[in-house]
Design a protein around this ligand. Structure first.
Ligand code: PT1
Length: 280
């Protein structure tokens, strides 16, 4: 798949590293210290084998507050510019706002990762004009309150139908299916059972005929199942990453890049020697 000037081979699963640009009360994303920390983190994730760096200026974890457009731009744009200047990688911008998409791509982002699937005002047009791939994610509700009462008749069918509809909207807006990635949105308005119903049936989403991304790293679906704090979720997260990749997820969004890259290499090596039973 082509991301601006950079090609990524998705015939074996690739890792997207999550860049933390959580602002502290003393400085914004543009300050030297913050920028330096971010760049060091990017360098280590790339050395560990990440193919994408995902950067967002608005937290979308359960309970998180929305941030203003100006604040998001200030956090994200200087970091994208700095990464683009120093590293040869695909920068993914995690945003739902049209102006942030536009500015981020101008600053060097090669992928728009939108947890609102381009439903916000102007986002569809901005993404279409940007001419870079987009990741469409499913969410029920809004981050602030999405975990209060997740409700589905059939989560797999409903997420599937939503993504199908959003793919169709994108195609109508001039975004080709080659440039679309879908994501079931683990942890976004889903109970523990909903998340595992999705994971169990991830393979079904391949029939949408677009690339697939999965993000489960350190999430509650691991932590509440295992009764582990955020720092103790590595083994569970790697297990989940393997299960998603084995069902066809080509991009795995994670905090722990090196560990996940290692695990996925074991999977890819095995798959390279898989015999198809049709062959005999
Ligand atoms: C994701 C994702 C994302 N997740 C994409 N972008 C987050 N495409 C941010 C919890 O239950 O899965 N796909 N951008 C982070 N969001 C969450 C959600 C973090 C739930 C934690 C939880 O703990």
């Amino acid at each position: 798949m082509q991301f601006k000037d950079k090609f990524v081979d998705l015939s074996s699963p690739k890792v997207m590293g999550i860049l933390n640009v959580t602002p502290d009360s003393f400085s914004d994303g543009g300050s030297y210290n913050q920028l330096d920390l971010a760049l060091a983190q990017v360098e280590s994730m790339l050395e560990a084998g990440a193919s994408f760096i995902d950067i967002g200026g608005e937290s979308t974890r359960p309970g998180a507050q929305a941030v203003s457009e100006q604040q998001e731009l200030e956090r994200v744009i200087p970091v994208i510019e700095a990464i683009a200047q120093r590293f040869d990688t695909v920068i993914s911008v995690d945003t739902s706002k049209a102006l942030v998409m536009y500015e981020a791509v101008a600053a060097g982002a090669g992928l728009i990762n939108d947890v609102c699937a381009l439903q916000e005002e102007g986002a569809l047009l901005a993404a279409s004009n940007a001419q870079v791939p987009v990741c469409l994610m499913h969410m029920q509700g809004k981050p602030r309150s999405m975990q209060t009462t997740p409700d589905y008749q059939n989560v797999v069918n409903e997420v599937y139908q939503f993504l199908l509809e959003r793919i169709n909207c994108c195609v109508q807006a001039g975004i080709t299916k080659k440039n679309i990635i879908i994501d079931p949105g683990f942890g976004f308005g889903k109970s523990l059972v909903h998340n595992y119903q999705l994971l169990a049936n991830l393979q079904q989403f391949l029939t949408l005929n677009v690339a697939m991304l999965a993000g489960m790293s350190r999430k509650s679906m691991i932590g509440s199942l295992l009764n582990r704090s955020v720092e103790q979720r590595l083994a569970g997260s790697i297990g989940a990453a393997m299960l998603a990749a084995q069902q066809g997820a080509q991009i795995i969004r994670v905090h722990d890049v090196q560990e996940t890259v290692d695990a996925l290499k074991v999977l890819s090596m095995m798959n390279a020697y898989k015999e198809d039973n049709n062959g005999r």
